[in-house]
Each structure stands twice: as C-alpha cells, then as structure tokens.
Write a protein that binds this ligand. Structure first.
Ligand SMILES: *[C@@H]1O[C@H](CO)[C@@H](O)[C@H](O)[C@H]1NC(C)=O
Ligand SMILES: *[C@@H]1O[C@H](CO)[C@@H](O)[C@H](O)[C@H]1NC(C)=O
Ligand SMILES: *[C@@H]1O[C@H](CO)[C@@H](O)[C@H](O)[C@H]1NC(C)=O
Ligand SMILES: *[C@@H]1O[C@H](CO)[C@@H](O)[C@H](O)[C@H]1NC(C)=O
Ligand SMILES: *[C@@H]1O[C@H](CO)[C@@H](O)[C@H](O)[C@H]1NC(C)=O
Ligand SMILES: [Zn+2]
Length: 464
C-alpha cells in the first residue's frame, strides 16, 4: 500500500516538525553575552583600525559615550553594570573600602573579595536570571566567583588573571551549548586597563594594545559563529571606565598639609576616603579645604548630588578628589602610574565604549550617549526578566532595541505561562499524534491482529 506509506511518513515528519517547533517555542529564551574589556575608553575605537568593533557597529548599535557611575573605578562600575544601581546603593563604593561600623576592610586584591557580605546590598543579574529558572555563566566578572545571597553563577571560573582570554571564551561557548545551557553569560578581560595604567593612554604603544583587543573581539566573533551562536546570542561589548594621562609634575603630597596621625587613608588616587581620628574631623577638613587648587575635599554631606555618592557607611566622612590628570598620595614614595581613572564621571576621558548586536538590537544605529545604570533594565528587557528596583531607565535606551509591534511583556519569572503559539502547537501536535496513531493502529491491526471493533467516527469525532 504505497500511498498509505506516503501518508504515514508525511504525518510522521509533520508531527516531528510541529513537536520541535512547539518545544523550542516553549524553551526559547533570549540569549545574552555581556563582555567587559576593562578600561576601554570610548574613543579607543577611533584610534587604530578596529574592524571587529566596526563590524558590530554595522551589524548592531553603538553608543558613542557611556556615562558611568562615580567613582569611575573597576569594582564599583562592574557591579553597576549588572545591578543598575549607583555605588552608594549597591555598596561596592570603591576598590578598597572600610566599614567603620563593622570595622571591616575590603581590598580588591585581598581575600575579602570572596566575602559575600560586601556584595549583598544588591543582587546581580546572573542571580536574578537563575531565580527565574534559567542558567547563568560567568568568566571572571568581578563578584561572579562569590556566593552572593548564597548563590554562585550556574557555571563560573574562579578568578585567575593568568587564564587567557581565549580560554575564557571557550568556557563560555561550552556553557551556552549545554548541558545545563546558559542563556546569560558575563565575560571579563583585564586589558586595556593594565596597559593604560602602565603606559598612559596617550602612549603610541597603546595602539598595539587596542589592536590586540580588537583581535580578541574577532576571536570571540569567530567562536560564536563556529558554534552557530552568532545570530542567536545578543552580544554587548562595553567597559567599566576610561583612562586619562598623568604626569610626574601633577602630584599632590598630602603629608605637606596634614599629619598622617590625624586620619586613616582609604583607597587610592584620584578619589581618596579620609577617616579622621576621633574628634579630628574639623581639623583635618580645615587643613585640606584650601590646601591645593587641584584638589577638592568634601565633607560626606557636601558630596555633589550628581555623583549619587553619599548614602553609605562605606563612604568616608571626608573624601578628596583631584582634578583630571593629577595624582594624590601621602608622599612621593607612593606608587605612581602614567594612566589612571576614578575621576568625575562626567569627564569624557572616564567614559567607556559600548557596541552591541544580535536579534534584540537594531542594525547600524548610533546613539550619542547613555548612562551605565540604564544597561541593567535593557538587559532585563532582552532576557524577559522583571528588573529589581534600580537607578536606570529602559525608556532612555529603548531606541537601541528592534521595534516590536507589541512591546515585549515583562513576564513574571515563575511560573512561566505557556504561550499562545505553544498552546496552538501542542493542540495541533496532539491532533497529529492521534491521527498518526489511528492510521498506524489501523495498519497494524489490519495486518496482524483480529479487527478491533472501533469505527472511524468513534476515534475521529473528539478531534473535530
Ligand atoms: C578593628 O579591627 C582590627 C583588625 O582588623 C583590630 O586590630 C582593631 O582593634 C579593631 N578595632 C576595633 C575598634 O574593634
Ligand atoms: C590559572 O590559569 C593558568 C593558565 O590557564 C593555569 O596554568 C593555572 O593553573 C591557573 N591557576 C589556578 C590556581 O587555577
Ligand atoms: C621614602 O622611602 C625611602 C626608602 O624607603 C626613605 O628613606 C624615605 O625617608 C622615604 N621618604 C619619605 C618622604 O617618606
Ligand atoms: C564634573 O564634570 C561636570 C562636567 O564637566 C561638571 O559640570 C561638574 O561640576 C563636575 N563635578 C565636579 C564635582 O567636579
Ligand atoms: C537608586 O535606586 C534605589 C533602589 O530603587 C533607590 O533606593 C535609590 O534611592 C536610587 N537612587 C537614586 C539616586 O535615585
Ligand atoms: Zn577597570
């Protein structure tokens, strides 16, 4: 009976196709990879040919300058990118911190980094993604090898500065492909920050470093393509801050103005926390207030509003900020670098790069600026997650995303409602299964078994 065989195989293939469609519609989650090249200033892409950054701009979006959050240092800003909060709210207010109430100190180079207590004033996006029943993967993003709120990323690498970029990328690709496949990944690389500090951003040697970052981005693009992920994964490439050139002629020695015995020095130039010894606040403040025209000292309550940097016990009673290009240390024995960041977040030199591409993003679209706090609601929208309270605004960056005829609903994470398409797919699939079974049973029973006393109408009617 060749015609029946044809019908059967057609039923079977239609059935399989439908089942695949409905199950992929059920499980399809937007995929997102957030990459930070530490200290990649916004204008580095214009300095040397950067074909891989250019490709992402052509295929996606570019935001020319990102206004990051104060202080423009690595730990505060990486936590802002994944929480949408200013440093005073997420609690990682500096690379080096002191909590005078609990008498605890934090250094990004010390073991306290792994103490979740420092991080738990906020919840990073990888945790929120997991709470919605999905998997996240993290390759050395600051804070991602810490059990924040008791939760590690589903997959992560313990921090190891010696692990090459390429090895980090390969891990992430493996995680996207499963088992336990992630839909959200974060990737961190230490350059061009390290070279920017050592060489100074104006050094011609930085051109080589920037070209190397572009090649690394090319490596990542190639790996995503080879894995069949390039057109599925939304890829965001950004950074925590920029970099500015320093000079040996622009050093402020605090010992010149006030005795070290009167205060504790927290963190490093260009923004330093000063914790005066008991009863010495006014004395220290008055000694520093008009001491040097290239240095400003703020009482905590006078820190400018636009810094959003006041409401946290980890911010010291006095903070010193020096002008762009200046370095403050206690005396010249302190370590000097040719490049630094940390200054006023409104300075163009402090602002990082931003390019992104993927199914969620518009093509060949350029926007002049955004705030780094807006990235969090943007990523939540792409992932279909309800954002936690944050300082960003989706509407400020909505224009980066493809316009959908109906705005993408922010689905409550759990439980997931089956979609309309899924329901239709399931009903059709079930209809086909029963139809197929009917023909199959008919065939089998005709050949091998005594006839069953069922009529066509008895079986098919419920389906019609
Ligand atoms: C604060 O901690 C340090 C050691 O971390 C200790 O030496 C010091 O006595 C403590 N201070 C107070 C007031 O408990
Ligand atoms: C860090 O990474 C390097 C290079 O991949 C590796 O040789 C080394 O064993 C790693 N260190 C640790 C502690 O895992
Ligand atoms: C700087 O360090 C040297 C050697 O360690 C020391 O002799 C000198 O007194 C120090 N200078 C100051 C200003 O502390
Ligand atoms: C930071 O820079 C902006 C832009 O130049 C300026 O308006 C603002 O006053 C600066 N803030 C401080 C505290 O210096
Ligand atoms: C930032 O957001 C947090 C959480 O909603 C809020 O508590 C805080 O006041 C906000 N900060 C600013 C400057 O609006
Ligand atoms: Zn950094």
């Amino acid at each position: 009976m060749p015609d029946l065989l044809v019908i059967k195989s057609c039923f079977l293939s239609c059935l399989l196709a439908l089942l695949q469609t409905s199950s992929s519609q059920q499980e399809e989650q937007s995929q997102l990879l957030l990459v930070s090249f530490d200290g990649f200033r916004w204008d580095y892409v214009n300095r040397v040919p950067t074909p891989n950054f250019r490709a992402l701009m052509d295929e996606g979006v570019q935001v020319e300058q990102v206004e990051n959050t104060y202080i423009t240092k690595t730990y505060p800003n990486h936590y802002t990118l994944v929480t949408g909060l200013h440093a005073e709210t997420h609690g990682i207010v500096a690379n080096e911190m002191y909590d005078p109430i609990h008498n605890r100190s934090f250094s990004m180079e010390g073991p306290e980094v792994y103490d979740a207590w420092w991080w738990e004033e906020a919840v990073p996006l990888w945790v929120t993604n997991q709470k919605a029943g999905r998997k996240s993967g993290a390759a050395m993003w600051p804070g991602s090898d810490v059990a924040i709120g008791g939760t590690y990323p589903s997959h992560f690498l313990s921090y190891n500065a010696s692990m090459p970029f390429e090895a980090r990328v390969e891990k992430l690709i493996d995680w996207f492909l499963g088992p336990e496949a992630i839909n959200f990944g974060v990737l961190y690389w230490e350059e061009p920050d390290e070279s920017g500090h050592n060489l100074g951003p104006e050094s011609p040697l930085m051109d080589v470093v920037i070209a190397d970052i572009d090649e690394k981005l090319g490596f990542l693009r190639g790996k995503l393509k080879n894995a069949g992920l390039y057109d599925k994964v939304n890829l965001i490439v950004t950074s925590d801050h920029g970099m500015t050139q320093l000079s040996h002629d622009k050093i402020i020695e605090l010992d010149t103005y006030v005795s070290r015995d009167l205060y504790t020095w927290i963190d490093k130039s260009p923004v330093v926390g000063i914790l005066p010894k008991e009863g010495k606040l006014e004395e220290v403040y008055n000694s520093l207030k008009n001491a040097n025209p290239n240095m400003v000292v703020y009482k905590k309550e006078e820190i400018p509003d636009h810094y959003h940097y006041r409401h946290n016990v980890r911010i010291m009673p006095l903070i010193i900020e020096v002008k762009e290009g200046w370095t403050v240390m206690q005396n010249r024995n302190g370590s000097f670098m040719l490049g630094n960041h940390g200054y006023n977040n409104s300075l163009p030199s402090m602002q990082p790069v931003f390019v992104a591409r993927g199914p969620a993003f518009r093509r060949d679209y350029t926007k002049a600026s955004m705030r780094s706090v807006d990235l969090y609601p943007l990523m939540c929208s792409i992932l279909g997650l309800k954002p936690l309270p944050n300082n960003g605004s989706l509407s400020s960056v909505q224009d980066l995303l493809v316009e959908t005829s109906t705005p993408k609903p922010v689905v409550p994470p759990v439980p997931r409602e089956p979609s309309y398409a899924w329901a239709v797919g399931s009903i059709l699939g079930a209809a086909l299964v029963i139809g197929f079974l009917f023909i199959f049973v008919q065939q089998v029973t005709q050949r091998q078994l005594p006839p069953l006393h069922l009529t066509n109408s008895e079986i098919t009617q419920p389906l019609l």
